[in-house]
Write a protein that binds this ligand. Structure first.
Ligand SMILES: Cc1cc2nc3c(=O)[nH]c(=O)nc-3n(C[C@H](O)[C@H](O)[C@H](O)COP(=O)(O)OP(=O)(O)OC[C@H]3O[C@@H](n4cnc5c(N)ncnc54)[C@H](O)[C@@H]3O)c2cc1C
Length: 308
């Protein structure tokens, strides 16, 4: 169903709930994903408060309009015909960062790099691992993002959400059920609005040198200069996806504008003008060839959504 098929009354009410400069119509998702791929979202709303999030979700429920929540779009492959309904983007308007003692409280739209730097500025250790992950803290909680010596589950103390019944609920770390690249929020339909991180006091020089080291490692090993959505596949038990793909001789394998990175085989990059369909075809080809060579099934880490 296209945008113009949503009831006019719904569009009018949505414009009341969220001001015009934070509501875009027929907005290309390629402008909001690090892959620079993705067709239009009927509506793209950028809330600025929990109350606004709750009001949008409530209205969407009333009119049965689907809502897809996202952050910096750094783990997304949005398909070429885009998203029907509302793409609810947590960005700078939900990007506050503050602290009380060694607990940092951050809006879901704040970027991991900003939170890591804020922690370093306040001499808190624990968030160094996240400095080079190009996502929002909401997306990082949803994915239980991690790198080097850490992942979000190591530092989170609580997550505040708007749940499907419209209630605001605070989840403890245990209730968030973190496992490898997984959290309860992938199953419970709650929208993450605010995150609390319990850090420790640390040595500022050591914190900064660790952050610099992690950034350098990424720049050397990952194709950070090209559009991508990070590691395409999850780490299969007992293996590294990138190593299997490399050993299968697939570095540089290309479909249209999508390419297995020549720098790091675990990444598919947009080498220029890639469509989502190019990426999907390449993903399937890589899965097939790795399975044929090693009998290992690679599962996408990238979240695939929208209309093909
Ligand atoms: C160059 C590069 C390097 C990367 N390196 C790493 C790495 O080292 N480790 C790692 O784990 N990941 C890595 N990633 C992947 C990605 O950055 C992380 O998964 C990140 O945490 C995603 O955050 P995001 O805001 O971009 O989420 P999005 O891509 O916008 O969304 C990801 C998922 O989270 C959900 N979501 C987002 N925000 C919310 C919210 N507020 N409430 C509910 N659901 C929400 C979305 O629905 C979606 O399913 C990398 C990506 C790139 C491009």
């Amino acid at each position: 169903m296209r945008k113009h098929e949503w009831p006019e009354e719904f569009s009018k009410k949505l414009r009341i709930v969220i001001p015009g400069h934070r509501l875009l119509v027929d907005e290309l998702m390629s402008r909001h994903t690090t892959f620079k791929i993705g067709g239009p979202a009927d509506f793209l709303a950028m809330p600025a408060s929990i109350a606004e999030v709750a009001a949008i979700l409530d209205l969407a429920k009333e009119y049965k309009v689907p809502v897809f929540t996202f952050g910096n779009g750094s783990n997304l492959l949005v398909l070429d015909r885009g998203i029907r309904g509302i793409a609810l983007k947590f960005g700078k308007d939900m990007g506050f960062i503050k602290h009380k003692g060694t607990t940092i409280i951050a809006g879901a739209g704040s970027m991991l790099a900003s939170v890591s730097k804020y922690a370093a500025d306040n001499k808190f250790t624990g968030m160094e691992f996240a400095v080079g992950i190009p996502g929002s803290i909401g997306g990082a909680i949803f994915m239980n993002a991690g790198a080097y010596d850490g992942e979000m589950s190591c530092v989170v103390s609580a997550v505040s959400c708007v749940c499907e019944n419209g209630n605001i609920r605070r989840f403890s770390k245990e209730e968030s059920k973190f496992t490898y690249r997984h959290s309860a929020f992938q199953d419970n339909g709650c929208t993450i609005c605010e995150v609390e991180l319990l850090l420790e006091e640390g040595d500022p020089a050591a914190i900064r040198s660790k952050m610099a080291e992690y950034i350098k490692r990424r720049q050397t090993k990952q194709p950070v200069e090209m559009p991508s959505a990070g590691s395409t596949f999850k780490r299969p038990p007992g293996y590294y996806a990138g190593t299997l793909i490399d050993q299968a001789g697939l570095k540089g394998l290309t479909v249209g504008g999508a390419q297995v990175s020549t720098k790091h085989a675990g990444f598919i990059v947009n080498a220029g003008g890639a469509t989502a369909n190019d990426v999907l075809t390449l993903i399937k080809e890589v899965q097939l060839r790795v399975h044929d060579a090693y009998g290992v099934d690679l599962q996408p880490e990238v979240r695939i959504l929208g209309e093909a």
